[in-house]
Design a binder for this molecule. Structure first.
Ligand SMILES: Cc1cc2nc3c(=O)[nH]c(=O)nc-3n(C[C@H](O)[C@H](O)[C@H](O)COP(=O)(O)OP(=O)(O)OC[C@H]3O[C@@H](n4cnc5c(N)ncnc54)[C@H](O)[C@@H]3O)c2cc1C
Length: 424
């Protein structure tokens, strides 16, 4: 379809909206795969934040300056970068309208605009006390403010609250609880701190087997679990969460994961997104439901999988293949299986690892094969894996390289699946 008649090379203009994890992976992989296409990445600023590091910042375990690098410099030569906000996409005219009034036409559009924090959508949350007695570690400013709030915290009730789902990295608020337990023990004031985890779910996590393990860890570490709490209002001055059904939870320090929505421009682009601003797509090919020449990667996608960097990385392979196939007029590769892989930091130099996909929930065993990292079990090896992930992120994932031994499709070797005799 988009092939040069004389040379047979694939040509065309690819525009990637968002230069975060997914946009960078997609652009770099596409650059390596396709020689003759034009690739332009658009993002509103040049600060690429390594978001998993935001968990560690409040506890003094990461430095702010180590978490941020230039977006532009993560892109391979031959990828154009446009530092500008996206105003909207006209999907009928294959055209992106930028915040500065400029326009970019495309043959293929890749939406990689992630998810947006919406704290102002919860009554009171951004009122008095915001970024003080109540805050979030889900962005750089919030994680930085929480570092001093935690340092000054001499005792009382610390509440971690997820307002609603979906959120990116759904295990991060649990990790915050585990690290808070470790942090206050290190400071010798754990007895003076009451830790509470407040979730809208009916369990510690969405997937039953992992939820039971994680609830056990919360109990072991003395973290109270409050379930089915749908936060309707946050009073940062008084220190109180109120649910829609009138229950209250008081706090001396509140750590809230705000509502998430898709990028603002999606709402301004008729036909592109759903009511939350995420972009519906085929769960196996990543082609948008809006138009056959629009693909989605990462948190921006409305897919039944986690919003996580690991998922974004695994999606990168199928997305690149399918953009190439679309340009060549070939049928799509429908092999994305929802593979998700997350280290869960549990404090004291240990972590759990979970690995799952659309079909299989997190189970026990080892990853990626029978000899490997233990699944759903605390270990020092998993903690080292979590620390090493930062290096892999900048040097392997973003450049679009495959990580040896880690495949986009979820491995089943080493897993104790419910139907497997080894579990009995
Ligand atoms: C505290 C925390 C801990 C996490 N820990 C982990 C972890 O341990 N493991 C893991 O796998 N994942 C983790 N994640 C999740 C992971 O960081 C995200 O899932 C991943 O970054 C998603 O990539 P993305 O490209 O979809 O979005 P992003 O990387 O957020 O990129 C989206 C980009 O789109 C741009 N954009 C949006 N709107 C516009 C617009 N209108 N104009 C121009 N540009 C725009 C943004 O500026 C941004 O750069 C964590 C996240 C957080 C917050």
């Amino acid at each position: 379809m988009w092939t040069d008649a004389e040379t047979g090379a694939m040509t065309g203009k690819i525009v990637v909206l968002g230069g975060g994890t997914g946009g960078t992976i997609a652009a770099n992989r596409l650059r390596r795969a396709l020689d003759d296409v034009e690739i332009t990445v658009v993002d509103r600023d040049d600060d690429h934040v390594y978001q998993p590091g935001l968990l560690f910042l409040p506890f003094g375990l990461a430095d702010r300056q180590d978490l941020v690098r230039s977006r532009r410099r993560q892109l391979h030569d031959g990828v154009d970068y446009r530092g500008c906000g996206v105003d909207h996409v006209d999907i009928d005219k294959n055209r992106v309208v930028l915040g500065d009034g400029g326009e970019l036409g495309y043959d293929i559009l890749v939406v990689a605009s992630g998810s947006r924090l919406l704290p102002e959508e919860t009554d009171g949350l951004t009122g008095p006390g915001w970024r003080g007695k109540v805050g979030t570690f889900y962005d750089l400013a919030g994680a930085t403010a929480l570092e001093s709030a935690l340092r000054d915290f001499a005792g009382g009730r610390l509440v971690v609250n997820v307002v609603d789902l979906p959120i990116k990295c759904p295990v991060a608020p649990l990790e915050f609880c585990f690290l808070a337990d470790w942090y206050f023990r290190e400071r010798g004031i754990r007895d003076a701190v009451r830790l509470t985890y407040v979730t809208p779910l009916d369990a510690a996590f969405t997937k039953p087997v992992a939820a039971a393990t994680l609830a056990g860890l919360l109990a072991e570490k003395g973290v109270e679990l409050v379930t089915e709490f749908n936060t309707g209002e946050v009073d940062g001055e008084a220190g109180r969460l109120t649910s829609f059904d009138g229950r209250t939870v008081d706090f001396d320090l509140g750590v809230v994961v705000p509502l998430h929505g898709g990028a603002d421009f999606v709402e301004r682009s008729p036909g592109l997104g759903d009511a939350l601003g995420f972009v519906p797509a085929d769960e196996h090919t990543l082609r948008s439901k809006a138009r056959p020449n629009i693909f989605v990667i990462g948190d921006a996608a409305a897919l039944p999988t986690s919003k996580a960097g690991s998922v974004t990385h695994f999606e990168g392979e199928v997305l690149t293949e399918n953009v190439a196939r679309t340009l060549a007029g070939q049928p799509l590769d429908a092999s994305f299986d929802g593979h998700t892989n997350c280290f869960i930091e549990t404090g004291f130099g240990k972590a759990l690892l979970i690995d799952f996909n659309y079909e299989t929930e997190p189970v026990t065993g080892h990853y990626p094969g029978p000899i490997g990292l233990p699944l759903l079990k605390e270990s020092r090896l998993n903690h080292l894996g979590k620390l090493m992930f930062s290096w892999l992120y900048w040097h392997s994932l973003l450049p679009g390289r495959s990580v040896p031994g880690v495949s986009a499709a979820m491995p089943t070797a080493g897993k104790r699946l419910p139907t497997d005799d080894r579990t009995r």
